[in-house]
Design a protein around this ligand. Structure first.
Ligand code: RIB
Ligand code: CA
Length: 313
C-alpha cells in the first residue's frame, strides 16, 4: 500500500513536533507550511527546520502568515510549549533552510502538481489554509483529504474563552473560512484529545526504549508535561499527534459523527467556539466528520514507531 502524501500546516509546538515525527515515520511528507500560533512565526519556522534536521529528511519548510486574518492574537501558548515553542531547551541554528515561497502559495502549487493525492493536515490556527482558500476557492477539489486538529465540540475548550480551543480561538475568521469553504473534512477536537491520553509511566518506557527522536522529544516535552499536570490534565496528551494518527491511517477511527459545524466570531464569551448542529436543526448540509473515538492501541503503536521505540510495521 502506498504511503499517504501529507502536507502539514503546523505551529511547532511540542505536540506538533510529535505529529511531525509520526508523519516522517509513516508517510511521505511533501512539505511543512508554518503558521503562527503556539509561539510567533519566527520561532515556529525555526522549530520546523530543527525537526526536519532531526528526522534527516529533505522536507521543504514554507513560512506563512505572522498574524491572524483580522484581529491580532490575544494569547499564545508559550506557557505550555516554552517561550521558543520547543521547551526552551535551546538548540543551534538548524541546517534546513526556509523555502522562499509563502505557505499559502505552496499549498496551492503542491495541490495543483498532485491533484487528488495530498492529505492536508492542519495542526495550527487555520490562517494559511484560509488564505490559500481565498486565493483559490477550488482548492478543496484538488485535496484528497483534510484533517483538522481544532475545536471543542461540546464547548469544553482550552483557552481563556471557555468554549474555544486554541487553534480555532487564535484565528476564528480563518477557521470560519475553512469550515465554510471545505465541503468535507475530519475534525479531531480538544475533547477527543483528553479522552485519548497515554499513561505517563508507559510513555516514559517508550521514551527510554526510543532513539535520538525519543531523547529530543523527551527533553522538549518537559515544560508541557509539567503544565498539563498543574492544570489537572491526566496523562500524556498530544492533540496534534492524535490528528496525525487520523491523517496517516483513517482506519484508526472507531467512531465519528457527520454534522454541520460552525465557528462563532462575535460572542463576548464564545468567540472562537465550534458550534455543532448535533440534531440537524439548521437544515444545512453536514461538512464535518467529528471523530469521537480512536483505536488507542493503533495510536500508541504509531507514536512508538515515531520515537524509535517499536520496529517499523
Ligand atoms: O488546542 C491544541 C492545539 O493548539 C494544538 O495544535 C497545539 O499545538 C496548539 O497549537
Ligand atoms: Ca499545533
Amino acid at each position: 500500500m502506498t504511503k499517504p502524501q501529507l502536507l502539514i500546516d503546523t505551529d511547532p509546538g511540542v505536540d506538533d513536533a510529535l505529529a511531525i515525527l509520526m508523519a516522517h515515520a509513516h508517510a511521505d511528507v511533501l512539505g511543512l507550511s508554518i503558521a503562527a500560533g503556539n509561539v510567533g512565526l519566527a520561532h515556529t519556522t525555526r522549530n520546523a527546520r530543527r525537526l526536519v534536521d532531526l528526522v534527516g529528511a529533505a522536507t521543504p519548510v514554507f513560512a506563512g502568515c505572522p498574524n491572524p486574518l483580522v484581529r491580532l492574537p490575544e494569547e499564545d501558548a508559550a506557557f505550555v510549549h516554552g517561550h521558543d515553542g520547543l521547551g526552551d531547551v535551546g538548540f543551534p541554528e538548524p541546517n534546513t533552510a526556509v523555502a522562499d515561497e509563502h505557505a499559502a502559495l505552496a499549498i496551492l502549487r503542491l495541490t495543483r502538481e498532485r491533484p487528488g493525492e495530498i492529505t492536508l493536515v492542519a495542526l495550527a490556527p487555520l490562517t494559511n489554509l484560509a488564505l490559500a482558500l481565498r486565493l483559490d476557492p477550488s482548492l478543496p477539489q484538488r485535496v484528497k483529504r483534510l484533517v483538522v486538529m481544532g475545536g471543542a465540540v461540546t464547548g469544553r475548550g482550552n483557552t481563556s474563552r471557555v468554549p474555544a480551543e486554541f487553534n480555532v480561538g487564535f484565528d476564528p475568521e480563518a477557521a470560519h473560512v475553512v469550515f465554510e469553504g471545505f465541503p468535507d473534512f475530519d475534525l479531531v477536537d480538544w475533547e477527543l484529545t483528553l479522552r485519548h491520553a497515554f499513561d505517563e509511566d508507559e510513555f516514559d518506557q517508550w521514551l527510554a526504549a526510543g532513539d535520538h527522536r525519543a531523547k529530543f522529544f523527551g527533553r522538549v516535552f518537559r515544560v508541557a508535561r509539567q503544565t498539563n499536570r498543574e492544570r489537572g490534565r491526566r496523562g500524556i496528551i498530544a492533540a496534534d499527534a492524535l490528528a496525525m494518527a487520523v491523517a496517516i491511517d483513517p482506519s484508526v477511527v472507531k467512531h465519528s459523527e457527520h454534522r454541520r459545524v460552525g465557528v462563532e466570531l462575535d460572542g463576548r464569551l464564545t468567540r472562537g467556539a465550534t458550534v455543532v448542529d448535533w440534531s440537524g436543526r439548521l437544515g444545512r448540509r453536514s461538512q464535518v466528520s467529528v471523530v469521537m473515538e480512536l483505536d488507542q492501541a493503533k495510536f500508541a503503536a504509531m507514536v512508538q514507531r515515531a520515537l524509535g521505540a517499536l520496529q517499523a510495521a
